[in-house]
Design a protein around this ligand. Sequence first.
Ligand code: ADQ
Length: 495
Amino acid sequence: MGDPVTSKCMIVVSNRLPFVLKRNEKTGALERKASAGGLVTAVAPVVVQGNGLWVGWPGIHLENPDEPIPESNPNDNTPTAGLLSKKVVPVCVEPGKFDSYYNGSCNGTFWPLFHSMPDRAVFLAEHWKNYYSVNELFAEKTIKALKSLLEEQSTATPLIWIHDYHLMLAANWVRQIAEESNLRLKLGFFLHIPFPPWNIFRLCPWSDEILQGILGNDMVGFHIEDYCLNFIDCCQRRLGCRVDRKGLLVEHGGRTVLVRPLPIGIPYDRFVKMAEIAPKVLPTNQKFVLGVDRLDYTKGLVHRLKAFELLLEKYPEHIEKVTLLQISVPSRTDVKEYQDLKEEMDQMVGRINGRFTTYNWSPIRYIYGQVGQDELAAFYRDAAVALVTPLRDGMNLVAKEFVACQINEPPGVLIVSPFAGAGEMMHEALICNPYEVHMAAEIIHRALTMPEDERTLRMNYLRRREKLHDVNYWMKSFFKAMGSLREDGDDGLPT
Ligand code: ADQ
């Protein structure tokens, strides 16, 4: 969609930098390693092309926090290629504290709670204390970055864009220090995961502080309106704020905070191009049902395998003709729940394969690892069906990437869960409640046997919507919501 959006003066603040640093075992030198994940795919190109800075944890404990960040490798073709080291501000946290903040609070408390899985959430005052102080540290680093940007561009009003549930408290401190030091800024926040309803959110012992922290921003964005309304409801019921549900506004501390649904998109044209040139990797003598996910309990992977097993049981005509290709990228591997999930997946794949494998076919091909973007595009392009069946998901970029890569005629079919943000808007997909595995098996069968003209009709609508609402559109919507899109509409730069 047109030229990419760039920003004159923007600081992105997120838990991780858009790449991680690794130490070369032989030379001891630091090297960059690309990360998988929604945020990087979406935001990195914008910071690369604009005059921005990125504040975040470098993925490694640096004994010397001033050790220079290496430049990207010349062969790097990831979204962060071209992000110069001077645009990167690492936040170094002592390992014990980081573990408590990240694995304890972020992944142990907020991830399950915000995905409406409170039984999995652990509430520990010690983790909260570290969450609090790491957020404070991020705020201090952000202020430092803000000062350096203002020195370079004294006339600009920098836009600070804080991301996700790791940093829900940071805005308040940034605002406070900026006001004391008379610094200009605009603060925006985007939550990449769902915001839960009041009856779930209220279980958090620190709910007031979280709401107050988020309300330190001028604008708060969520993927869909449901999450906006949940947030507004919590502000009213917990803090007693005056709210406007229609206008999506919350009054707090003498300011009015804008709450906006900003559904994230993907770099659509880049995926189409990748699909056009990626060599074939899948055999053509059978149909592939594709799953691509981080290995996470929210993604509904165990339910998915069960549904596929039921499909083979109920419809044996698919035996030797259809294969489930499940690609799971390792995630949060130090957390026990994730280790348990890996074990469960390994066992299930083994059991189902043991049950159905014939001498020339196995029902499930399971890749536990990250795959390259070109290979991923080829999988998306050549799969007959994509199974995007999370139990709960903020948006889900895989559904969108699959649709973008569907350049073959006739196209494949997207199956999506109504509990993903994507399921709220990709109406022409087959909608599948992942909890009822028998129904899910029926829907996979329906997708595999859908007439060509229906597939084409559905996919055309899906592709059109994703092309229009791509990642540039998302960025523009964010800038517009911040009231900082240039009036002349020339280049979409925030002023
Ligand atoms: P995630 O939970 O990481 O993101 P998702 O939106 O699906 O989920 O994004 C995953 C990204 O990782 C995709 O771009 C995908 O291509 C890539 N990926 C996944 N598995 C891979 C593999 N094995 N190899 C290579 N790449 C792989 C969070 C929220 C989501 C929200 C995004 C963006 O949980 O709901 O959509 O942020 O806001």
